[in-house]
Ligand binder design. Structure first.
Ligand code: GLU
Length: 254
């Protein structure tokens, strides 16, 4: 299988912006093992801005563009340094690809990206992709990594996009405020009611929330690709998923 895994800032970092070592270490170990089992793995990773905030000792996520871009430049280094070290521990070679929305919208640039990514997979690497935050502004960016993950998954004809986040999946209501909220195991159609209860989203450090996950799911479903939301605090669930168990929320591609 060709699997794209998207991991969010809420999984990779603590609220302080400093790295969540337990989550990152377990994730890299599981992904290395999944690759050893013969699957192709592409990681779409957020966390550049979040980690830059931690490393620069900023008090909060910056709202102005130059500081955001500076934080991303610092954090992206830290992120790749850690991925390189951890994947090397398990004898895997990683590679960095930074994209903007323009790179995916422009046919020639998209083709170049796709050629490079396919070659990297043929060469046996484990590519790590993020938005090129240091140069992307609102006009040219994809904007959030859930959507970026979906665009990448569709572009490389992945069998599945796995989105790791800070909840177990999509619920019938917001589980933080409604005790009767139930996890939805399988979605064949995204309803207006789901969109409404997904609400806005994001945290102090991250962009997404459930709203962008539904946008990503729709992109995948329309292209016939399955997307599964799993809890990023439990990376071992990826094994259960690949064993065919029902975990998290699966959006079934048409
Ligand atoms: N590209 C951003 C980062 O690495 C995150 C965007 C997102 O989380 O959706 O910090």
């Amino acid at each position: 299988m060709r699997i794209v895994i998207k991991v969010g800032t809420s999984t990779l970092t603590h609220a302080t912006g400093r790295m969540n070592i337990r989550h990152v270490e377990t994730l890299c170990k599981v992904l290395s093992d999944v690759k050893n089992a013969g699957h192709e793995v592409v990681l779409v990773s957020s966390g550049a801005i979040g980690m830059g905030v931690g490393k620069l000792n900023l008090r909060e996520r910056p709202s102005d563009m130059p500081t955001k871009q500076a934080a991303a430049a610092v954090g992206q280094c830290e992120l790749m340094y850690v991925y390189d070290q951890l994947f090397t521990t398990y004898s895997h070679t990683t590679a960095q690809i930074l994209l903007t929305g323009e790179d995916l919208r422009d046919e020639e640039r998209h083709q170049n990206f796709s050629n490079t990514l396919n070659r990297l997979l043929e060469l046996g690497t484990l590519p790590v992709i993020n938005e090129n935050d240091t140069v992307s502004t609102a006009e040219i960016s994809v904007g959030d990594n859930d959507t970026l993950g979906a665009l990448v998954a569709v572009s490389v004809k992945a069998d599945m996009l796995v989105v790791l986040t800070d909840t177990d999946g999509l619920y019938t209501a917001d589980p933080r405020h409604d005790a009767s909220a139930q996890l939805i195991h399988e979605v064949h159609e995204i309803t207006p009611q789901m969109r409404e209860s997904a609400g806005g989203g994001g945290t102090a450090l991250a962009t997404g929330g459930m709203a962008t996950k539904l946008i990503a799911a729709q992109i995948c479903m329309d292209a016939g690709t399955d997307m599964v939301i799993l809890n990023g605090a439990k990376p071992l669930l990826i094994y259960d998923l690949l064993d065919g168990q029902s975990v998290g929320t699966r959006f079934v591609g048409r």
